[in-house]
Design a binder for this molecule. Structure first.
Ligand SMILES: [Zn+2]
Length: 253
């Protein structure tokens, strides 16, 4: 299994990261992508990615808006340049738009510039999108990216999902699918082509409801697979195969 979105570099994993990676290996969770979120955190992110041989992306998350956007973007491009030949470096992001967070105009500027970097460096992009699908679809249409990307932690209707599909994007399916009230998402996963999806956990966020450990980990991936199998009424084997193929294709591995 490939967790395409897990912040395993975050501090909450510092005390037991080795142990967690051992558990993951035992459960056949062998590939991880650690997304970038902020210039201050890239150094540690890259060190963790290198140590545990995880894939990583470089970007600035809308929750980590820098004081000076231009300087931060220069730093980002410098990091991209430095890592260009690193085989673990596979995408730009995570970047995006979050209507529930402040300074939306700045978020948009930061996001659009990162889309341009994805285009310039011919890389897929990892997007965070909360309550802003219409605008994001507009920006992506305008940007006309060649490598596409993923809408991580997707939540939206079948119609919205189809628009992303048309733009060549995949949808990241995470712990939200385990929520019995996430009907819209269940419909998307049951009805659309399996080629559209990749799996993720967004660890340490997005703990499934009723989970005792408030910290989410990639260890919930088998539950997500089981739920997809239940929704599509097929066995887990072809799902695992197809989702794995999708991730490898998306990140050109
Ligand atoms: Zn994230």
């Amino acid at each position: 299994m490939f967790d395409t979105h897990a912040h395993l570099d975050f501090e909450v994993f510092d005390h037991d990261r080795d142990e967690l990676f051992n558990h993951m290996r035992n459960k056949n969770i062998t590939k991880i992508l650690i997304p970038g979120v902020s210039p201050e955190l890239w150094f540690k992110q890259l060190a963790v990615a290198q140590q545990y041989q995880c894939y990583f992306s470089l970007g600035i998350h809308p929750w980590y808006l820098p004081e000076n956007i231009d300087t931060a973007l220069e730093e980002l491009e410098h990091q991209i340049y430095l890592n260009q030949t690193n085989p673990l470096f596979v995408a730009i992001g995570e970047c995006g738009l979050d209507k529930l967070r402040p300074e939306f105009e700045q978020q948009q500027a930061l996001c659009e510039q990162q889309l341009q970097l994805a285009k310039k460096y011919q890389l897929p992009v990892i997007l965070h999108a909360v309550k802003c699908h219409a605008l994001l679809i507009e920006l992506l249409t305008k940007a006309a990216l060649t490598k596409g990307g993923v809408i991580h932690g997707f939540y939206g209707s079948v119609e919205v999902a189809k628009q992303y599909q048309k733009l060549g994007f995949k949808l990241g399916i995470g712990g939200l699918i385990l929520n019995p009230r996430a009907k819209k998402l269940h419909k998307v996963v049951a009805e659309l082509s399996l080629e559209l999806f990749v799996i993720e956990t967004d660890s340490p966020s997005m703990s499934p409801e009723n989970q005792l450990d408030k910290r989410n980990t990639p260890l919930i991936l088998p539950l997500i697979i089981k739920k997809i199998a239940f929704l599509r009424q097929i066995s887990t084997v072809p799902i695992l195969e197809q989702l794995n193929r999708n991730s490898l294709q998306l990140f050109e591995l």
